[in-house]
Design a protein around this ligand. Structure first.
Ligand code: GLY
Ligand code: MN
Ligand code: MN
Length: 439
């Protein structure tokens, strides 16, 4: 059961979605399926983010149906029935009655009855919203239900004629975080910050990248965050130049940096932090020089997270500082404007400065509206994560720079005045990092 988001907030989200739906429409949102890991072992279950957002209901084999104007209530859940024998093996089931009592659904039925009941609910509704194209099996399932109605048109049955992707409407709601959601994302950020500090303190002992991953997982679990928001990246030395390195198996070598990009998931909300630090506890002159550029770029980008700015302004601010730094260090030639125009920086900085953050680490929500970058607004959560990566085989730069990969990433939420950084509890200045590691 959800702890940090009050149950009435889920009803409020459904109410707001229903408000946005066309008159005479219906929306159908399925829970995530269980997925096999190997033979009869399942992956730990993670609810579908859209379904979770609208229900807080954590079981598979469930379907939410929203029917604006329905007399017996607009929010209907199909879910597994209680079953003492099954529950003895696999744990507690909420059941339809529990869904109404504990989760505030208006009405609920056993999932086994859905084929009999749902076509009748769809019948007469002109528009059907669902996660169109997300899952082939569910697309087929929707058409099976609709075809039941189509087979009865001669008796006057009216199947829907419009099938509309639910995402656009729902994801715009998800983009704006409530005060409770921000609290959960901030809490996840605090846990992840503590985990990064723990990994930093452990690094000088050496060992392997997975030894640091173990420290992260320890802190996540210790605080009840039972999953990472994405596979942890622990890349030492040249592995720091591989953006999504998750092998985490190389030995930690004194003199190298290690880049850790890791965040826990708490109650289906993600955190996403990156820190880069020297395994020995002391930055070398080259590591220091590049690190200072990335840090200055990150500060500039954070300063640009403000409701006066559009989505791309923090990226532009970071890019300017990164390119200027690369020129000053002799890694790029020409002026800042030329290097940006010609994208000469791309071999060193090939990703965006951030992304929306929420129930998904790369959260939902449009970045452009009508072809133009979207304005930042209070309640939006995002990451700020510039980096510089000097490929080990880049023969165009002095050898001393090669193989250094640095990224610094924090989670922020847009406020009226600018933004609030949620992950400041893990150090990022060189002095602070060296002091923590020396302690
Ligand atoms: N951890 C994935 C990212 O930073 O976008
Ligand atoms: Mn990250
Ligand atoms: Mn990120």
């Amino acid at each position: 059961m959800n702890q940090l988001i009050p149950i009435k907030e889920f009803s409020e989200r459904r109410r707001r979605l229903v408000e946005h739906m066309a008159p005479g429409s219906i929306a159908i949102v399925p829970a995530a399926p269980e997925r096999t890991r190997n033979r009869d072992v399942l992956h730990p279950f993670r609810q579908d983010s859209d379904f979770q957002y609208l229900t807080g209901f954590g079981e598979p084999e469930a379907v939410l149906v929203l029917i604006p104007g329905r007399e017996h209530g607009e929010s209907v859940l199909f879910c597994k029935e209680r079953n003492p024998e099954k529950e003895l093996w696999d744990g507690f089931l909420v059941g339809p009655d529990g869904a109404i009592e504990q989760y505030g659904l208006d009405d609920a039925f056993p999932i086994g009855d859905i084929d009999d009941i749902l076509p009748g609910m769809i019948e007469g509704r002109s528009r059907l919203y669902y996660p169109l194209g997300k899952d082939h099996a569910f697309d087929a399932q929707i058409m099976d239900w609709v075809n039941v109605i189509r087979s009865k048109v001669r008796s006057g049955a009216q199947p829907p004629g419009e099938f509309v992707a639910l995402e656009h409407m729902l994801h715009d709601l998800r983009l704006f975080k409530s005060a409770n959601e921000i609290k959960v994302i901030a809490k996840a950020g605090e846990i992840s910050a503590e985990a990064h500090c723990r990994a930093m303190k452990r690094a000088r002992k050496g060992g392997f990248e997975y030894n640091l991953e173990a420290e992260l997982i320890h802190t996540f679990m210790e605080h009840g965050a039972r999953s990472t928001a994405y596979p942890s990246i622990v890349g030492s030395g040249t592995n720091g130049c591989i953006l999504h390195y998750i092998e985490n198996s190389a030995p930690l070598t004194k003199g190298d940096l290690v880049l850790i990009d890791a965040g826990c998931e708490l109650e289906c909300y993600a955190s996403d932090i990156t820190r880069t630090f020297p395994i020995s506890g002391k930055f070398s002159p080259e590591q220091r020089a590049l690190y200072e550029v990335v840090l200055a770029a990150q500060y500039a980008a954070i300063d640009a997270v403000h409701p006066d700015n559009h989505w791309n302004k923090p990226h532009e601010a970071a890019l300017h500082v990164l390119v200027q730094g690369l020129i000053e260090l002799g890694l790029l030639k020409g002026t800042v404007e030329e290097a940006i125009e010609e994208e000469a920086y791309k071999p060193f900085f090939m990703h965006r400065t951030g992304h929306w953050l929420g129930m998904d680490v790369h959260d939902v929500g449009d970045y452009k509206i009508g072809g133009a970058w979207r304005q930042l607004e209070p309640g939006m959560a995002l990451t700020v994560e510039p980096g510089l990566y000097i490929a080990p085989d880049n023969i165009h730069v002095d050898e001393k720079w090669r193989g250094i990969g640095i990224r610094i990433e924090d989670d922020v939420v847009v406020t009226k005045e600018g933004c609030r950084v949620l992950t400041n509890a893990v150090p990022k200045t060189i002095d602070e990092i060296e002091a923590l590691m020396a302690g």
